[in-house]
Ligand binder design. Structure first.
Ligand code: AMP
Ligand code: MG
Length: 296
């Protein structure tokens, strides 16, 4: 049954407003960055420099603006409808561009319907709970978009690479994560996950530029250099996480992210397409409002 089926009472009377984007969706087809359920992912086989036929940032400025407007419009509908939510998970190697993606893709979205949750090393209280506790608390409500800047995936990534917990514990988490995400989708929360894929060279450039630019130095942590030494182990951990946890209901996308402008375009377009497929609608207005005049 579709979510606008009769089972939802008044929803079947919802006003079918005109499509957000009237014309055909533009090529290219970003589902090609989607990891198929059960597929082994080889990150080395995915070119982080990919930009299709685009050459420079200015080639995508208009297109990115169009996708941002689609997101803004669809988010207003999602909020008004208050029946479904969207969880966006962002993961990457250090300097991979999670913060920049949030800034550039969501810059124009109404803050009332959107919340960013950033996850750091768990606090003592968080560490005393089951690993999903802090993420579940931050999951979006109906009508909302939730953005996870790092996520429950850290609990199969950093904990594995840094040997923080035994293998039998983190290995079981793939299934626990799939069940958690399945539970969200069963309750009307669509789950969309992006791995921002940069090369090791690009990370070197970005870390160096954080050091060289006084306004960016605050972003640099000496720990970043230590983490960089584990590059290969992280890539392996990401491949396993993507392979085990890209499902029909909660897909992973590997986004070529060496070029920030291309990364923003792919993420924005994928979010807009996903929101459009969710088809949020303004709720029906009270009957007869067109005749109402506000009295003096
Ligand atoms: P940043 O995003 O640069 O502020 O760094 C956040 C740090 O928190 C990173 O080093 C992550 O590896 C770490 N972190 C995030 N989630 C977890 C977790 N579940 N367990 C251990 N460390 C984590
Ligand atoms: Mg950092």
């Amino acid at each position: 049954m579709s979510k606008h089926g009769d089972a939802q009472g008044g929803a079947s009377k919802a006003i079918r407003s005109e499509k957000v984007v009237a014309e055909e969706l533009p090529a290219p087809d970003y589902p090609r960055y989607r990891v198929g359920p059960g597929n082994r992912t080889s990150l080395a086989a995915i070119d982080p420099d990919e930009t299709e036929h685009y050459r420079k940032k200015k080639d995508v400025v208009k297109e990115l603006e169009k996708q941002r407007r689609r997101i803004q419009d669809l988010q207003e509908r999602l909020y008004a409808e208050n029946e479904q939510g969207l969880l966006i998970v962002l993961q990457a190697m250090d300097t991979g561009g999670k913060d920049g993606t949030i800034k550039h893709v969501f810059g124009g979205v109404n803050p009332q319907g959107c919340r960013v949750s950033s996850f750091k090393t768990p606090s003592a209280e968080e560490a005393n709970h089951d690993f999903l506790w802090r993420y579940h608390k931050s999951a979006p409500a109906k009508g909302r978009i939730g953005i996870f800047n790092r996520s429950h995936y850290e609990d199969v990534l950093v904990v594995r690479v840094k040997n923080l917990i035994p293998e039998e514990v983190w290995r079981e988490r793939y299934e626990l994560i799939n069940d958690f995400e399945r539970g969200l989708t069963a309750n009307g929360i669509t789950v969309l996950k992006f791995f921002l894929h940069i090369s090791k060279d690009e990370q070197k450039k970005r870390l160096q530029s954080r050091l060289d630019n006084p306004d960016k130095r605050w972003k640099f942590s000496s720990n970043d250099i230590k983490e960089r030494a584990f590059w290969e182990a992280y890539q392996q951990a990401f491949e396993d996480a993507l392979g085990n946890c890209s499902t029909e209901h909660a897909p992973w996308y590997v986004v070529p992210a060496n070029k920030k402008w291309y990364r923003n375009l792919v993420v924005a377009r994928t979010i807009a397409d996903t929101l459009e497929a969710m088809d949020p609608r303004y709720p029906p207005a009270e009957e007869g409002l067109e005749k109402v005049k506000i009295p003096d």
